[in-house]
Design a binder for this molecule. Structure first.
Ligand SMILES: NC(=O)c1ccc[n+]([C@@H]2O[C@H](COP(=O)([O-])OP(=O)(O)OC[C@H]3O[C@@H](n4cnc5c(N)ncnc54)[C@H](O)[C@@H]3O)[C@@H](O)[C@H]2O)c1
Length: 353
């Protein structure tokens, strides 16, 4: 089979630090074209990675008949529109999270893909973390064997911290101004809440997306309670995830590392996982399993592949799934639920203010 011909839109931070270095070292694909609104930056990144074609914006890239699939990392709310244009042109798309900031926007993007039969994957790299794969397998196994009894509770804790970890991958810079952001927002959201909404959504969409996958909850999730501070971030949200109470604790702490963990409680034990700092390459999530049904046993399983990076595994999945037709583990259709939940959380928050 020929190698998959890829395009890339937006050569900013995530592109240069994460996705382009991963793409150019993954077999079976070729980075054929780059689109970037800042021409000098585009030329520098094109030269560094010897990318054959450079376009002035994503629309010019849509006309390249040799490009089969495109990876997009742009502004939070604008990147979904870029993805939509690419899908309408028949390109398969990987777009960074969040895919959309409103449900109608999400539905328009998904309709575009369906209209032409192009596929959309969203960058929820936590679903590709080898440690989180062990967590998911353990939960499924314990639910099947009933060894630990039923799932009683789950706790998502995200106080974040430092996520770049001195990653020394080279980064081309430019004096060109950052292009103005295409700021979309839900109709019902007053302007003064937009920054808070996007800030909360872009961070905690990861946690809600992850727990839906870990618990196989699909769209069976609703918001039970919201208690967030005036900053729209510090606080607690309670969800019903397929009948299980899930608490999302969000906040900030000045921390040199990354303060995020997820704990799924059973009647007689738990599965607990600590997220690695995001850009700490080749470190999967740490996993702890406590079995307290008969005696007491703590174990710390390690993924069989050892040291791996979730972002690289997600990009390998995108390329492999396009080549062999398997479904995306983090599809655009699936993340519609995340978009819906964040609108619901903030509708409650805004009513309380
Ligand atoms: N998965 C994660 O853990 C994670 C972490 C950080 C950021 N992100 C996501 O990545 C996305 C990008 O973040 P970033 O920090 O790389 O942004 P950035 O601002 O550094 O880069 C975006 C680039 O896109 C370019 N661009 C915008 N519109 C374009 C268009 N129409 N055509 C061509 N180029 C265009 C801009 O000029 C800019 O260079 C954000 O949406 C963010 O949510 C994800």
């Amino acid at each position: 089979m020929d190698s998959l011909k890829l395009g890339y839109v937006g050569c900013g931070f995530m592109a240069q630090k994460v996705h382009i270095p991963n793409i150019v070292t993954i077999p079976d694909c070729e980075l054929l074209a780059l689109a970037e609104l800042r021409p000098a930056l585009g030329r520098k990144v094109q030269a560094r990675y010897r990318i054959p074609r450079l376009y002035a914006d994503h629309r010019a890239l849509t006309d390249d008949p040799d490009v089969t699939a495109v990876v997009v990392s742009g502004h939070f709310s604008g990147q979904g529109e870029i993805a939509r244009d690419l899908l309408l042109a028949g390109k398969h798309v990987f777009v960074e999270k969040p895919m959309a900031v409103t449900v109608p926007q999400a539905e328009r993007i998904l309709a575009a893909g369906r209209q032409v039969g192009a596929r959309l994957m969203v960058g929820y790299m936590k679903r590709y973390d080898a440690g989180n794969e062990l967590v998911k397998e353990a939960i499924a196994r314990f639910r099947e064997t009933e060894e630990l009894g039923e799932v009683t509770y789950a706790r998502l804790h995200g106080f974040t911290g430092e996520w770049i970890c001195n990653l020394d991958t080279p980064m081309e810079t430019t004096e060109e101004p950052v292009p103005p952001a295409d700021t979309m927002k839900p109709d019902w959201l007053p302007d003064e809440f937009v920054g808070r909404y996007i800030g909360y959504l872009q961070q905690y969409t990861h946690n809600i997306n992850l727990i839906r996958w870990l618990l196989d909850a699909d769209d069976r999730v609703r918001v039970k309670a919201v208690d967030l501070d005036a900053d729209g971030r510090n606080g607690v949200v309670i969800l019903d995830v397929d009948g299980i109470r899930v608490v999302l604790e969000s906040g900030r702490v000045s921390y040199y590392g990354w303060e995020e963990h997820t704990q799924i409680y059973f009647r007689h034990g738990w599965v607990h996982t600590w997220a690695p700092p995001l850009l700490l390459r080749n470190v999967p999530a740490k996993v702890e399993i406590y079995r307290g049904a008969k005696g007491h046993e703590l174990s710390y399983p390690i993924p069989s592949e050892g040291w791996t990076w979730s972002y690289r595994r997600e990009m390998e999945h995108f390329i492999a799934a396009l080549r062999n037709g398997e479904p995306f583990r983090s599809s655009g259709e699936d993340t519609l639920t995340d978009v819906r939940l964040f609108e619901e959380i903030y509708q409650i928050y805004v009513r309380q203010r």
